[in-house]
Write a protein that binds this ligand. Structure first.
Ligand code: UDX
Length: 464
């Protein structure tokens, strides 16, 4: 039965499925944000795609048309392109006859800040032992400069058949929540190759996307990804630093950002001061770049500064609230927003993860609300309500289904994520629902004057 498809983020051009005369046979290793979204978008642009993952449960979900990640328009595209998409745990069948194999597996952060490349190495070796025809291996995962060379070496070391396997870098710039749109409507596609043949193949694969292509060397492509992400992280930390100074000197960071953003050399994106950046990329990539520099005997001072500012920024409001309240013991605390940003159920490096343990240790009775993140968060911090379950002196946490439920009778409220559902809460609602309307807003959602007029004691970032 044909499903009625409604797209939320895609332009009419992006919504249209493309048919091409010579589709490539593409395998994609890893079905996380990068792998799955890339695979589905490559299928939507006409290629035959096999998505590979070791997680059987995930594959079963995907085969049933269910996306294991919360991402706008993804399930719609999975449905639309189901004839061109295969999901399997059998990497051999996927790699054997592939024209190109995209690697989108994770490169998680290690305790020293470096990227863990073991998943990439494993996939590279599996590819080498499996391929039966010439093919192009495309590294999409974020990897330190020089990793593509290593992948090439691993493949050479383990190659069983007499075939030519080339390696190209093709970093991904998608943001969570708009991943599909960012892929189909990317401002540019970066391809890093060390041979004309590899460049031509990648250009052909991306031809149906009809997007600008920037072709560079492999090492430059690897660096572009880290440099771009760290620059954006730096931009945010810079604005947070300036915001903190604004508070001290009586300026308003929203006005300052608006004024700065008019300068096209600065641009008006990623200038929002707040409770610090989180997510799976900025924190990890800044640390990995810093680690790479240190390994080469270089001090990357700007990136290090961005990392340090962000660390402090995440618990700035908590510290402010501590000074105001002295202790949270016995206080009902409403927490609005748990995910690292709206539009995703991802909690990685979310400011909530830094603040909730501090509040719990201080004896707070937390009532948390997130439109999609409650379930994931409760896996890390299980609901603890009865006094017998609690350690003595420690607080408790309950998950509620609305902002109103969290605010009812609360002594203090923290806002960590700017979900639309949270932005809809009116100043008067805080006044009406809370026992004492004291609000710490990490996302600068409200107008200062309006909050004051309504009788809400309101603290935000960079505004006095
Ligand atoms: C980011 C990049 O945008 C993307 O290009 C890259 O491929 C992966 O990393 P993502 O982490 O999904 O994507 O989200 P993004 O929207 O960039 O936000 C990252 C973090 O910065 C969030 O915690 C967000 O709240 C914060 N942020 C963002 C700010 O604090 N201020 C801003 O102005 C923008």
């Amino acid at each position: 039965m044909m499903r009625n498809l409604t797209f939320k983020t895609l332009s009419p051009k992006s919504q249209k499925q493309v048919s091409i005369t010579r589709p490539y046979n593409i395998a994609v290793a890893g079905t996380g944000y990068v792998g799955l979204v890339s695979g589905v978008c490559l299928a939507h642009r006409g290629h035959k795609v096999t998505c590979v993952d070791i997680d059987e449960q995930k594959m079963t979900m995907l085969q049933q048309g269910i996306s294991p990640i919360y991402e706008q328009d993804l399930e719609e595209l999975m449905y639309l392109n189901k004839e061109r998409l295969i999901y399997t745990t059998d990497y051999k069948s996927a790699y054997k006859k592939a024209d190109a194999i995209f690697i989108g597996v994770g490169t998680p952060e290690q305790p020293d800040g470096s990227a863990n490349l073991s998943f990439i190495a494993t996939v590279a070796r599996q590819i080498a032992e499996t391929v039966e025809k010439d093919c192009l291996v495309v590294v999409k995962s974020t990897v330190p400069v020089g990793t593509n060379d290593k992948v090439e070496q691993f493949i050479k070391d383990f190659l069983l058949k007499d075939v030519k396997v080339e390696v190209a870098s093709n970093p991904e710039f998608l943001a969570q929540g708009t991943a599909v749109k960012d892929t189909l409507e990317a401002p540019r596609i970066i391809i890093g190759t060390n041979s004309i043949g590899a460049e031509q193949t990648l250009r052909k694969i991306y031809e149906p996307f009809d997007l600008p292509i920037v072709s560079v060397s492999r090492r430059s492509a690897e660096m572009i990804k880290y440099a771009a992400n760290s620059f954006l992280a730096l931009k945010i930390s810079y604005m947070n630093d300036i915001a903190n100074l604004c508070e001290l000197v009586g300026a308003d960071i929203l006005e300052v950002a608006a004024g700065m953003g008019f300068d096209p050399r600065i641009g008006n994106k990623h200038l929002n001061a707040g409770i610090g950046y989180g997510g799976s990329c900025f924190p990890k990539d800044t640390k990995a770049l810093d680690y790479l520099a240190t390994q080469h005997g270089y001090k990357l001072r700007t990136v290090k500064a961005a990392i340090n500012v962000n660390k402090d920024q995440k618990i700035l409001l908590y510290k402010k609230a501590c000074r105001r309240l002295i202790t949270f013991k016995g206080l009902k605390v409403a927490v609005l927003g748990l995910t690292f940003k709206p539009g995703t159920d991802d909690l990685r490096e979310a400011p909530s993860l830094d603040n909730i343990p501090l509040l719990l240790a201080q004896g707070a009775e937390i009532y948390a609300y997130d439109p999609v993140g409650n379930k994931n968060f409760s896996r890390i911090f299980p609901e603890l309500t009865s006094p017998t379950e609690k350690e003595s002196g420690a607080g408790s946490i309950s998950y509620v289904a609305s902002a109103e439920a969290a605010l009812k009778g609360a002594n203090v409220c923290f806002i960590f994520t700017e979900w639309e559902e949270i932005k809809k809460v009116k100043p008067l609602d805080y006044k009406r629902l809370m026992r004492t309307p004291l609000v710490y807003d990490g996302r600068n959602i409200y107008d200062l004057e309006e909050m004051q007029k309504t009788g809400v004691e309101y603290y935000s970032i960079g505004r006095n």
